[in-house]
Design a protein around this ligand. Structure first.
Ligand code: PGA
Length: 250
């Protein structure tokens, strides 16, 4: 298994033709990426297309959100059972846009994390502080608090089957990236926090950095000791830039 993960969160950006172009660009040049597992997170309507196009390429598929319930009267929701039919491997849980715009709280995020693991899929737990929280010196307490909610619900050992994405809210979609030093400091603190309850799982845990990752910033970020890849938004919408970020994983 590749040491690094480079994941592309397309958010609510896609059309049939754009997806066709992006997936074919990825397929054609995926061989140029040798040290990262690539994962794409299309919006739900494009899962079938992604499944068909990516079969046999080694590029994995994830979903941006999920309902913790299996089925039933949950208008507008999509279940893990459904996602699994499209060869989905990863589920983003607790992305800051879900937390901020759709009022997802720590307990809902933890429920989604637990449900995802129960279906043998891998949650990517997203955590991160706002600018205000950073300026108040609360970065580590906010991030560790978000992680603690999951430890309380699922236990530290659950991190054997999970990935964390540290995404400072102030860096998402803003063009501001945490410096490699700032990011490394938080990644290290996250690993230490989990090591308190699950040292072995903490050592093997992949912690991705997200927030305006670009081709220019990726290499130095990925070179940090506790950064195991990236969760990429804007730069994942073009095959060329996404693959170049994949190649920055050494
Ligand atoms: P960005 O998004 O790379 O466009 O900042 C990252 C994310 O929200 O996952």
């Amino acid at each position: 298994m590749a040491h690094m993960i480079v994941a592309g969160n397309w958010k609510m950006n896609a059309s049939k033709s754009a997806v066709t172009e992006l997936l074919s660009g990825l397929k054609d040049n995926v061989a140029s990426v040798s040290n990262a597992e690539l994962v794409v997170f299309p919006p739900f309507p494009y899962l079938a297309q992604a499944q068909a196009e990516l079969m046999g390429t080694g590029i994995r598929i994830g979903v941006q959100n999920i309902c913790a319930q299996d089925k039933g009267a949950y208008t507008g929701e999509v279940s893990l059972v459904m996602a699994k039919e499209f060869d989905v491997s990863y589920v983003l849980v607790g992305h800051s846009e879900r937390r901020a715009l759709f009022a997802e709280d720590d307990s809902q995020v933890a429920a989604k994390y637990v449900a995802t693991q129960a279906m043998q899929l891998t949650p990517i737990l997203c955590v991160g502080e706002t600018l205000e929280q950073r300026e108040q010196g609360r970065t580590l307490s906010v991030v560790n608090g978000q992680i603690q909610a999951v430890i309380d619900a699922a236990g530290g050992a659950s991190f054997a089957h999970a990935v964390i994405a540290y995404e400072p809210v102030w860096a998402i979609g803003t063009g501001l990236t945490a410096s490699p030093k700032q990011a490394q400091e938080v990644h290290r603190a996250i690993r230490d926090h989990i090591a308190d309850v699950a040292p072995e799982q903490a050592r093997g845990l992949k912690i991705l950095y997200g927030g305006s990752v670009t081709v220019a910033s990726a290499e130095e970020l990925f070179a940090q000791a506790d950064i195991d890849g990236g969760l990429v938004g804007g730069a994942s919408l073009q095959a060329d830039s996404f693959l170049a970020i994949g190649r920055a994983a050494k």
